[in-house]
Design a protein around this ligand. Sequence first.
Ligand SMILES: Nc1ncnc2c1ncn2[C@@H]1O[C@H](COP(=O)(O)OP(=O)(O)OP(=O)(O)O)[C@@H](O)[C@H]1O
Length: 303
Amino acid sequence: MLKVNNVTKFFHKNNKSFCAVDSLDLHISPGEIYAFLGPNGAGKTTTIKIIAGLVQADKGNVLINGQDTATHKKHLNEIGAVLEGNRNLYWRMTPIENLCYFGGLKGMRSKEAQTYGRQLLTRFGLENKIETTVQQLSRGMQQKVAICAALIHKPKLLLLDEPTLGLDFEASEKIKELILEIARTGVSILLTTHQLDVAQELADRVGIIRGGKLVLEGITNEILQQYTKNEYTVTVGNTVSAETKQFLLEKGAVFHNDSSFKISFKQKTEIYEIIALLHPNPIINIALAEGSLTDVFKEMITV
Ligand SMILES: Nc1ncnc2c1ncn2[C@@H]1O[C@H](COP(=O)(O)OP(=O)(O)OP(=O)(O)O)[C@@H](O)[C@H]1O
């Protein structure tokens, strides 16, 4: 669906040229959710703007369905984008007026935009807010309208910049559900977020960009497995004896209290040695810490 080939972009700052996006390659398949992550200034927004045709790359190209969008501009119509959340919308207009307006910009007939706009707003649970001005809606509802506006012309690729930023728990859960639902209809989604838990929950694949370069890319679950440390939290029924405690401390254990500690190993099998050592103190619980994108991210951006 989307292929970004060797895209490079230079900007000028203080009379010096610097590379904001450096030889970037990425691709997204139909229905796939790709989380594009990176610290502030890494080059995410610039990349998204290049994909959306808002910024011109100095090198490389963007292909949609195999066609270069620089020479086949009509393929940009396959893209819907929510780049600034609710700031994309006209606040004094109602959701349906916004949708008709954005549909019109994409060449839709007014009646078609009306009909599909109402369907979209209903699908997003906004059927009772169709005639309320956007400024009177909650932040979460405004975000839903912004996504509807990006979907009005039935794009095949949706670009979402920080889709859950500033939303409360319930609104962000709802937006996440909707993102998954949109992807299930075959729309590819490229999302950027600093909320790594959101990326972990939604993304089929993840790319981490730093200094304009992709430093890690892969299937989310595979990356998580790769970065899962063999870190266990062990809780026993009785106080750990002084001698065992000393041994565990030497092995790098961190005690939460006299009967619970955290310990990491190079090899998973080392936990059996610890279980044997603790005997006959009954083991109440052993939990392996799950890897998280936050750990992966920290490692990738601090090396
Ligand atoms: N129009 C511009 N002119 C000059 N420099 C720019 C321009 N747009 C972006 N930059 C610079 O390019 C670099 C990449 O910026 P970009 O906005 O793509 O980063 P980002 O990863 O989206 O960051 P954030 O997470 O803060 O949104 C930054 O150093 C930024 O200051």
